[in-house]
Design a protein around this ligand. Structure first.
Ligand SMILES: [Mn+2]
Length: 246
């Protein structure tokens, strides 16, 4: 059974331009095959850098992002690899065309002009679309929470994508089921390099630890380990001495 896969990543500050460079391949991309780069396609938006179009969209609505605002949400939309290969070695271009068409429809219906860029990647292991949505609410404010702020909202986003993909024969995996989990893992396997290069803001301690405080705590840790080691040595010295004297 092939599944529809939809994941999001929230982008703040510097990670907007980083993600943009990655998706446009203007930065070295180790997991992408440069011989297939010409098969990638811009589906929504133009060739301008992501940072530029996101800022433009925010400014058009009079918004001033705070330092920790989610300025852009990256959507990764894909299907199980076997959906495109049908068990063969080659990718069926017709399957990619259908998938791409439905994905663009989905993005336009759900986000309209807020989706400032969408790119089809054909140069990684499995075809997938990476799309970028500026989460501007009805009042013109950046408000990621109103789109993706709860488990329920995330679930609805995945439901809607699966519903859109249903005519292609793709299933929405049962939530929390093994099948879904395996597929997601496999998907992340495909884009592992991208994920590794990205700053996962949710995991950055808040406030971020400075290099200095990190250094301090490392020194303390080494110091404690040293003391323990010294104490152990001290305990053993008499034994060594005793042993020698025998
Ligand atoms: Mn990609």
């Amino acid at each position: 059974m092939a599944y529809a896969i939809a994941r999001i990543a929230k982008l703040k500050g510097g990670s907007v331009s980083g993600s943009g460079k990655h998706v446009d391949r203007t930065r070295e991309t180790p997991n992408a095959d440069r011989h297939k780069k010409h098969e990638n396609k811009t589906l929504i938006g133009d060739e301008r850098p992501l940072r530029e179009v996101v800022t433009e969209m925010i400014e058009r609505h009079g918004g001033k992002p705070r330092r920790d605002s989610v300025e852009c949400v990256e959507l990764m939309l894909a299907a199980s690899p076997e959906h495109f290969t049908e068990g063969r070695d080659e990718i069926n271009p017709e399957r990619v065309r259908e998938f791409t068409g439905k994905t663009v429809e989905f993005l336009r219906e759900q986000y309209g002009g807020r989706c400032v860029k969408a790119v089809l990647h054909m140069d990684e292991k499995t075809p997938h679309v990476q799309a970028f949505v500026v989460p501007i609410d009805e009042r013109g404010k950046l408000n990621c929470k109103s789109f993706f702020g709860s488990r329920e909202k995330l679930r609805r986003f995945q439901d809607a994508f699966a519903e859109k993909m249903r005519p292609l024969g793709l299933e929405r995996g049962m939530e929390g089921s093994r099948a879904t989990h395996t597929d997601v893992q496999r998907f992340y396997g495909v884009i592992k390099e991208e994920v590794r290069l990205r700053v996962i803001h949710e995991r950055v301690p808040d406030p971020p630890r400075s290099a200095e405080s990190h250094y301090e705590s490392s020194i303390q840790r080494v110091g404690r380990a040293n003391n323990t080691a010294n104490n152990r040595c001290r305990d053993r010295k008499p034994c060594v001495a005793q042993h020698r004297s025998q």
